[in-house]
Every structure is written in structure tokens, then in C-alpha cells.
Design a protein around this ligand. Structure first.
Ligand code: S3P
Length: 446
């Protein structure tokens, strides 16, 4: 999946005038992946509106086509998926190229695990460094077998089992990808698959599986532990899905509007599922003025418009328990902390080391390069805020094939003295095509 050019595309983000106006962010990446996968397993035609047309989701579409689904986009931007039915996936004829997308890889491994097919997964340099044992271990218990590169990494070939063995599993890491891989495998396993989730993670798979007609129950215990039970050999019914705007993409214009003095921006149609909305809570605790307008429900998910007004922020020491609800938003939260009054201490973030890049190390190095005093911890970072004074700027900042690192430093450039140069903007296309156009529409770029 390398739709973009072979050469890095550097870009410099310079001090911005106040941001103003209305913006809409692209569709939610997690929900977009799941829309294609579940539609491909339903019998009949599903319709998906607002699908994120980023490279990661297109990698999922290509893989589902390679396994037999018929997926088309019409002239109005609506996606139509003719599913093959649970158990009906076909043997792909070539390796599945997952590009940069960990979500595609891990969830599709779950799907393959309970079908009698063999599939090879490949990915880019970033994805090929990411650990896969977290999914190969439970999926092996369900009967799948794997030949992986050293360290349980891609390229990896797996053979699914049919029938697969339903699993009773306590998640050892707080990971929606691992949970979802097991649930997707469980769809075609005879009997009950049960997952114990001690720390809640994004629940789009559970909501959508129910919406597609699977028998799935979630029980919440007194201490917050969630027990998810899924009855296998499910029959999924085709759906008409509207994908809400991605809160993880909204994070960038939201932080930019808080940081650039005098800004006032509305970001429309943002998903506000509580398992995703941790950044809004954190920014409010820091003093950020964020108002939710028109709260409503879209496609089974809470959604609202965010009115964001520039605010003086203060440092924070967030509770690590909130990490899953803002796991992808830490890089841009670190930029907010760099402009806050006082010190921020982030801990309990070891999962950030195995994202598209090691996000603790990449952010620490980049922030230092643009004049921020930081201390890297094993499980987090300490950031000394500027109290609202512009960051020095500089670069080029190394983004390590990580879209969220690139967009975070783009935001930092808007509140710098000398501008911030990003070494390569190409990865932004994985999750947020139109990122720079959106900043331009708000007046942040010349
Ligand atoms: C995702 C889950 C999270 C998140 C990723 C998308 C998903 O990963 O970081 O961007 O769609 O399930 P983990 O499950 O590894 O925490």
C-alpha cells in the first residue's frame, strides 16, 4: 500500500494567525475498518456512508476483496459491500499488504483464524517492527498456526482452523485490537467465546457486532471489569452504516485551536464514545474551553459538534487509568503540555512504545529538537510547559513513518517562533487525507 511517492515529503508549519470557522474531520478509522470487515461477513449488501478513505482503511478493503467480498465506492462516496457470510471467506491468491496499519493486520488475523485458509501478511517498515504475539498467542489457542518473522513480527503466514475452538480469555494488555481479533475469530467458532477485559478499551466491535445481529452480551462487574460473551457461528445481517467523524483526527484542530491565541473553531460531527473521549476530559482539566453542541446519536455512537476557544492551559498529571480512552491522542496532548503553565507528568504509557513508532521516544526527541525541556521515562514523559510562550521551533523533526507524530508537530509549528519542519508528511494519508487542507480552511496555513 504505497500510494504516495517514494521520496519523503518535508513540510514546514509556521506561526499561525487565530484559527476560525467550521471544520469536519474524516470518518472514524476504527469504525471504518470494522464496517468493511463486518459488512464483508454479512449475507447481502451493506452500505457505508462517511467511510474514512485513508490508506489504512483502503488496505482493509483490498484484503477483504482478496478474500472474496465485493466492495465498491459509488460516485456519491457511498461504499457498497456484498458480503460472503460468516465462514465464507476465500483463500487470498497473493500476500495481503497491510501497509502501515496495525488495526487491519490484527483484526484480519482474527478473521482468518477461524477460516480454512492460509494468508500471508506483509507491511511497511513501521508495521514490520510491531509485536504480533499479542494476537498470535490467543489465536493459536483457537487452533490457528503461525510462521512469523523473528520476534513474532511481519512478514507472517498463518493457517486458520475450521472449526476453530472458542476461547475463554482474559486480556493481558488493554488492547481493543486484541479483543476485536478474538471476537472476529469467535464469529465462526462453534460455541461461546468469552473475553474478560479488566481495563475497558474502545467498544466499537461490540456495538457493531450487536448491530449486525450477532448474539453478544457485555456484563460489567463492580470493579469495572467487562465480560464479553459472543455466540459463534453467527449470522450477520447487512446494515446501512453512517461513520461518525474521528475523535483522534479531531484532536489536531482541537489542540491547535486551544493553543493559537484568539482562535475559535467548530469541529462538526465528532464521535464522543466515552471509550475514545479521554483527550477532551484531559484538555478541560488543563483549562481548555471545549463545549459540546448538538449532542446526538449517529450509527449507534454518540456524536457532537465541538466549539473550541483558545485557552491558557496548565500542566497536568493524568491518571494512567484513562490511557485507553485517549491512547492515540498522547502525542498531541504532549504538545498541549509543552505550551501549558508548569510541568506535566505522563505515566503508565508503555503501550505507546509499540505504536506506529515508539511514541514516547519519538515525541521526546522531536520536542527537544524544537526547544522543549523533556525527560523521557520508561513508561511516560515529563514536559516543562512554556506557559503559553511560543516554542522555539526548528527541525526537521523525525516522524518515523508515524502519521500522528507528523500531525502533532504540525500543530507545534503553528505555535512556534521559527516554524517546525516535519521530515515527511506522507504518512498522514494513512488516517487523515485532507489534514493540511483542513488547517488551511481554518486559516492556520498560508
Ligand atoms: C485500535 C485500537 C488501538 C489504537 C489503534 C486503533 C482499534 O490499538 O491505538 O489506533 O481500532 O481497535 P490497541 O488495541 O493496540 O491499543
Amino acid at each position: 500500500m504505497t500510494a504516495h511517492s517514494d521520496q519523503p515529503e518535508p513540510m514546514t508549519f509556521t506561526p499561525a494567525p487565530p484559527l476560525s470557522g467550521h471544520a469536519a474531520v474524516p470518518g472514524d478509522k476504527s469504525i471504518s475498518h470494522r464496517s468493511l470487515m463486518l459488512s464483508a461477513l454479512a449475507v447481502g449488501e451493506s452500505r457505508v456512508e462517511g467511510l474514512l478513505e485513508g490508506e489504512d482503511v483502503l488496505a482493509t478493503a483490498a484484503a477483504m476483496r482478496a478474500m472474496g467480498a465485493d466492495i465498491e465506492r459509488d460516485a456519491d462516496g457511498i461504499w457498497h459491500v456484498h458480503g460472503v457470510g460468516v465462514g465464507g471467506l476465500l483463500q487470498p491468491q497473493t500476500a495481503l499488504d497491510m501497509g502501515n496499519s496495525g488495526t487491519s493486520t490484527r483484526l484480519l488475523m482474527g478473521l482468518v483464524a477461524s477460516h480454512a485458509i492460509t494468508a500471508t501478511f506483509t507491511g511497511d517498515a513501521s508495521l514490520s517492527k510491531r509485536p504480533m504475539a499479542r494476537v498470535t498467542e490467543p489465536l493459536s489457542r483457537m487452533g490457528a498456526s503461525f510462521t512469523a518473522s523473528p520476534g513474532d513480527r511481519l512478514p507472517l503466514t498463518m493457517r486458520g482452523a475450521c472449526p476453530a475452538v472458542p476461547l475463554d480469555y482474559r486480556l493481558p494488555v488493554a488492547s481493543a485490537q486484541v479483543k476485536s481479533a478474538i471476537l472476529l475469530a469467535g464469529l465462526n467458532a462453534p460455541g461461546i467465546t468469552r473475553i474478560v477485559e479488566p481495563v475497558p478499551t474502545r467498544d466499537h466491535s461490540e456495538r457493531m457486532l450487536k448491530g449486525f445481529g450477532a448474539e453478544l452480551e457485555v456484563a460489567v462487574e463492580g470493579d469495572g471489569t467487562r465480560i464479553i460473551t459472543l455466540t459463534g457461528e453467527a449470522e450477520l445481517k447487512p446494515q446501512s452504516i453512517i461513520v461518525p467523524g474521528d475523535p483522534s483526527s479531531a484532536a489536531f484542530p482541537m489542540v491547535a485551536a486551544l493553543l493559537v491565541p484568539g482562535s475559535r473553531v467548530t469541529i462538526a460531527n465528532v464521535g464522543l464514545n466515552t471509550t475514545r473521549a479521554g483527550l477532551i476530559d484531559l484538555l478541560r482539566e488543563m483549562g481548555g474551553d471545549i463545549v459540546v453542541e448538538n449532542p446526538r446519536e449517529v450509527g449507534g455512537e454518540p456524536v457532537g459538534d465541538l466549539l473550541v476557544t483558545a485557552s491558557a492551559l496548565k500542566g497536568v498529571e493524568p491518571d494512567p487509568a484513562r490511557a485507553p480512552s485517549m491512547i492515540d491522542e498522547y502525542p498531541v496532548a504532549f504538545v498541549a503540555a509543552a505550551l501549558a503553565e508548569g510541568r506535566s507528568i505522563f505515566r503508565g504509557l508503555e503501550e505507546l512504545r509499540v505504536k506506529e513508532s515508539d511514541r514516547i521516544a519519538t515525541m521526546a526527541a522531536g520536542l527537544r529538537a524544537i526547544g522543549v525541556a523533556v525527560e523521557e521515562l520508561e513508561d511516560g514523559i515529563v514536559i516543562e510547559g512554556s506557559g503559553g510562550a511560543p516554542l522555539a521551533g526548528g527541525g526537521p523533526v523525525a516522524t518515523k513513518l508515524d502519521h500522528r507524530i507528523a500531525m502533532s508537530f504540525a500543530v507545534a509549528g503553528l505555535v512556534s517562533r521559527d516554524g517546525v519542519t516535519i521530515d515527511d508528511m506522507r504518512p498522514v494519508a494513512t488516517s487523515f487525507p485532507g489534514f493540511t487542507a483542513l488547517l488551511r480552511s481554518l486559516g492556520a496555513l498560508p
